[in-house]
Design a protein. Structure first.
Length: 239
């Protein structure tokens, strides 16, 4: 207990410098690359990786599975130049659209700095962004049209609309090794789901919370968001 107290005091002093001491005897996974490396060590080898809401790209995902096919789905054209660079490095497909529960269109509130644009509204008093209509595809439809095969690994970061994306992936869920989802513990967006709702939603589809990393804190040090891995209840990763 004394050693732990000293470690906590030292980290409190180092926090303004964005530094942190960590016991080397304690296994942790702090970043997405750590979580992906764990999956690799457990024998997880997807044929297709799907990056929904790719934005600037998810280099850790592509580097972890360089031999897999990668499907990048991103509705905002502002990210296209960076995504096109990724297409030159990996076996990739790029769909400039949002992913959802059914094909159609969707209005996204596009922020001035692009990052954080969402189909959900901000809380009152916060700038909402400029509405933009974008096409919507489903993961089931795109995978069928592109002849992409499982097993799949699906990363989704769509500012609160993760469940809608999963509703459009009914056919490929049975071949999905893992989902990587962004969980929000205190919703910033109006009517956006919080972590508990997402966990229950996944449990209803026989996927359970397996790992969590990349914890992000608010200014008051309360937990705000984290990335989480969900795997099938009967996954061999859990044995």
């Amino acid at each position: 207990m004394i050693r732990r107290g000293i470690l906590n005091i030292a980290n409190a002093c180092l926090r303004p410098f964005k530094l942190r001491l960590q016991r080397t005897t304690q296994a942790t996974r702090e970043r997405m690359s750590d979580g992906l490396q764990h999956l690799i060590e457990k024998g997880c080898q997807p044929n297709t990786c799907i990056d929904v809401g790719s934005a600037h790209g998810t280099p850790d995902l592509y580097a972890a599975f360089p031999k897999a096919k990668h499907l990048l789905i991103e509705p905002l054209a502002e990210y296209a130049p960076e995504i096109n660079k990724i297409l030159n490095k990996y076996d990739c497909y790029y769909v400039q659209a949002a992913a959802g529960s059914m094909p159609g269109t969707l209005k996204i509130n596009v922020k001035e700095r692009i990052t954080g644009s969402s189909a959900f509204s901000e809380q009152p008093g916060i700038p909402q962004g400029t509405p933009r209509e974008v096409p919507v595809v489903t993961l089931d439809l795109v995978c069928r049209e592109r002849n992409l095969s499982g097993p799949y690994l699906i990363k989704i970061d769509v500012e609160g609309a993760e469940m809608e994306v999963i509703r459009g992936a009914k056919n490929i869920m049975s071949e999905t090794l893992a989902f990587i989802l962004e969980l929000t513990f205190v919703a910033r967006l109006v009517r956006a789901p919080e972590a508990g709702e997402v966990i229950r939603f996944m449990a209803d589809r026989d996927f359970v919370l397996y790992d969590i990393f990349d914890l992000r804190l608010r200014e008051n040090h309360a937990l705000f968001q984290a990335n989480a891995i969900f795997v099938p209840h009967n996954s061999r990763l859990r044995t």
